[in-house]
Design a protein around this ligand. Structure first.
Ligand SMILES: *Cc1c(COP(=O)(O)O)cnc(C)c1O
Length: 430
């Protein structure tokens, strides 16, 4: 192992020891699969604390963090205002199981910035938000089938753990999913208007919803065009299909109004997560009042949660979104993004795809020659094959990326221009 001369990578003894203990008591030693470092060729780092743009592991190594908890921390670690809000919430007792003021404040804040999303329901994760949005779409259309897109991730509800099979038919991508569930989820390719028309010609009348990440960021970063998203929206309208934008990553990230605002497309239902909870467990789904009135107790679509709209999470979410309202954070993040992109542009062998403060680093070249690549079909095995070397090189240079070749990286307001320089230098020396 070569050293960088800095204080990083002294040893990983304590992480190794904790990993052995964790393996004995949890599947794979982790509580979410990617954390096991399976695709990096290494083993997980156990983090002790985080501040600003820096992670510190249990062995005392420090890393400049570009994973940022997989997206929620747009302000960075331990942001003072978010920390103060969470501490204040703890002082007031942290769970009441009944109505409280902060979820209304947070709802008013999102509605002020995103007026078409008139009513919102808070849940505890992105998965839950998607699951509930699908139920609502099925209830109001009286239809069963859902269309999703290969390369998009929507959490781990059964109906969404479906990958492309032959034709549009989906097949389960996890054990434990019934054929009945798989049959109701169809899968189309991203960025392919012809296939989209075929899907709606064949199944449009049966589709309760089409769900898409308008900025797919879970299979690398696969920016979609306004034309493709617009075509999807108009086909949904023609066929009485609910359009669901899964903005769990892009919401409050590509500007306050997310991709809906960026592309001036109003979906029927939007799902949020990650940033809206400021790093605490929150998800949400929202839409027009006329649609949301179908949710219990106003309507007959049941959905509930013991810890939903938890005051600590609501107050942390508020403290986060309040800082995003005036747009200055987005301007700053864009400056850092441009700096990074320019730095990497001159480096051979590593590509960057960036949308605002989300970026993805990938080796090799697009199989289709498309720039930027817009579907999973653009990549060959080079991406996964080269990742372990790339990852360990960056880790040794004191850079923490998400431990998977297909996960996007995030810039936070706590990053400084020097952090970007450090990343560029580390990539340049690979
Ligand atoms: C992270 C993510 C989810 C799932 O959210 P969880 O909080 O992990 O359940 C759903 N959709 C998208 C687009 C995501 O990025």
């Amino acid at each position: 192992m070569h050293t960088t001369g800095s204080a990083v990578n002294k040893a990983a003894e304590r992480s190794s020891e904790l990993y052995s203990r964790a393996l004995a008591v949890s599947p794979g030693g982790v509580h979410s699969p990617v954390r096991a470092f399976g695709q990096t060729g290494g083993s997980p780092l156990f983090i002790r604390s985080a501040e600003g743009s820096t992670l510190t592991d249990v062995d005392g190594n420090t890393y400049t963090d570009f994973c940022m908890a997989f997206g929620p921390l747009i302000l960075g670690h331990n942001d003072p205002a978010v920390a103060a809000a969470a501490h204040a919430a703890l002082d007031d007792g942290w769970s009441y199981g009944t109505a409280e003021p902060w979820s209304t404040e947070l709802a008013e804040l999102t509605r002020a910035g995103i007026p078409w999303a008139e009513k919102i329901r808070f849940v505890n994760s992105g998965t839950e938000a998607v699951m509930s949005a699908l139920r609502l779409a099925r209830a109001v259309t009286g239809r069963n089938r859902i269309l999703k897109f290969a390369g998009c991730y929507h959490g781990h509800t059964d109906a969404m753990l479906i990958e492309a099979g032959s034709g549009l038919a989906g097949t389960a991508s996890s054990a434990g999913i019934t054929p009945g569930v798989a049959v109701d989820t169809l899968v189309a390719p991203l960025n392919d208007v012809d296939e989209l028309h075929t899907a709606f010609d064949l199944y449009g009348h049966e589709l309760a919803a089409a769900i898409i990440e308008p900025m797919p960021a879970n299979h690398g970063l696969l920016p979609q065009t306004g034309e493709f998203l617009g075509e999807l929206a108009s086909l949904c309208r023609q066929h009485g299909t609910q359009l669901i934008f899964d903005e769990v990553i892009s919401g409050f990230r590509t500007g306050f109004g997310g991709c809906a605002e960026r592309f001036t497309i109003e979906p029927d239902i939007v799902t949020w997560g990650k940033i809206i909870g400021g790093g605490f467990p929150v998800g949400a789904y929202a839409g027009r009042a006329e649609l949301m009135q179908h949710i219990a107790p106003e309507g007959d679509v049941y959905q509930a949660g013991t810890l939903s709209a938890n005051p600590v999470a609501m107050r942390a979410g508020l403290a986060t979104l309040l800082q995003l309202q005036d747009g200055s954070v987005y301007n700053y993040l864009e400056q850092l993004g441009v700096q990074l992109e320019r730095g990497i542009a001159g480096i051979d062998g590593i590509n960057i795809t960036r949308v605002d403060s989300v970026f993805w680093l990938w080796p090799g070249s697009s199989v289709s020659g498309e720039a930027p690549p817009r579907s999973p079909a653009c990549f060959d095995n080079t991406v996964t094959e080269r990742f372990p070397d790339f990852y360990s090189h960056l880790l040794e240079a004191g850079i923490y990326l998400p431990p998977s070749p297909w996960e996007a990286c995030f810039i936070a307001a706590a990053h400084q221009p020097e952090d970007m320089e450090k990343l560029v230098a580390a990539i340049g020396s690979f």
